[in-house]
Design a protein around this ligand. Structure first.
Ligand code: AMP
Ligand code: ZN
Ligand code: FE
Ligand code: FE
Length: 291
């Protein structure tokens, strides 16, 4: 399609599929994004690149660009941060090693989470959660689904507030997290561009975001996700300014999960998200610079 016309369309560079804890299969997601009129969609599943081949194959059938990506949790000081890696080579061995380290961390946490819920009197089992997840990366949203189906909570939101969430959840168990320096390095080594996801989650913890971003930049960070479903316009403005100050690019996306987070819509987040197409060209410029 005409490039100029494409540049007027929205993009969404942060979405989850059934390869992790989203509810649409990668192919369905690409189709949906196309039907919504998006010019590009970034597939950023938690700790896996398992959805990328299907998404890329689907993009052959629709006039939409698929940006391969991944989202990983990591640790910087005492802080948990999420890093997005765009244009990673999803067949790269060092990337695969990092992702299998992350899956091992989940596999160590998940049975402990079950035990804690059992101790609270909830008859949940790991088999049940795996069955709900299907053949994917098993995350807390799958536990939340199981808790709802057992009648232990009314909603997945309540499941997080009461049991699974990090702020006061009765069964919260942190999983091991890779130091940010290592995760950033690994994303770069596999040809990817490391970006700090949803900076508002850091600010919520009352840390100095300038200090954190400066130190991540020293570790090799290339961008921050200024446009995000849950950022207010003031926050977005601040992150745009932060990016300018540290010479980082900005990216943006909804963090769409489908029915797992029904209030967040693909492409438009909570309604007002509008990620400019120019973000994608800047991302491509960095990719050219790094390769
Ligand atoms: P995990 O990677 O298994 O620890 O689970 C992380 C997933 O749980 C991410 O998709 C988060 O968006 C989701 N999540 C974390 N905290 C909450 C919360 N309080 N409410 C709803 N979803 C959450
Ligand atoms: Zn998720
Ligand atoms: Fe995240
Ligand atoms: Fe996400």
């Amino acid at each position: 399609m005409n490039q100029k016309f494409q540049e007027e369309k929205r993009i969404d560079l942060h979405v989850h599929t059934t390869a992790s804890d989203g509810s649409l299969a990668p192919g369905e997601l690409v189709q949906e994004a196309f039907e919504l009129g998006l010019a590009a969609v970034g597939i950023t599943d938690h700790d896996t690149v398992g959805g990328i081949d299907e998404a890329l194959a689907a993009s052959e059938n629709y006039d939409i660009e698929v940006v391969p990506g991944v989202e990983v949790s990591s640790q910087t000081g005492d802080l948990t941060i999420h890093l997005l890696g765009y244009y990673i080579n999803h067949h790269d061995n060092s990337l695969k090693d990092m992702l299998s380290w992350m899956i091992t961390a989940r596999n160590e946490r998940n049975p402990r989470l079950i035990k804690k819920l059992n101790d609270l009197g909830i008859p949940i089992s790991l088999e049940m959660v795996h069955e709900l997840a299907g053949n994917t990366v098993v995350g807390r949203p799958h536990f939340a689904k199981a808790l709802v189906s057992l009648g232990a909570t009314q909603s997945q939101d309540e499941a997080f507030n009461k049991f699974l969430g990090s702020s006061g959840g009765l069964a919260y168990i942190p999983k091991a997290r890779m130091p940010s320096e290592k995760a950033i390095n690994c994303i770069r080594q596999s040809g990817g561009i490391p970006v700090l996801a949803h900076p508002m989650t850091i600010e919520k913890k009352n840390v100095d975001i300038y200090q954190t971003v400066r130190s991540l930049k020293e570790q090799g960070l290339e961008g921050i996700e200024a446009y995000y479903s849950q950022h207010s316009s003031n926050q977005t403005e601040r992150y745009l300014e932060l990016a300018k100050r540290y010479n980082l690019i900005v990216t943006g996306g909804s963090d769409f999960h489908g029915s797992a987070k029904p209030d967040i819509k693909l492409g438009s987040g909570k309604g007002s998200l509008d990620v400019p197409h120019s973000v994608l060209s800047a991302l491509k410029d960095v990719q050219r610079k790094l390769s």
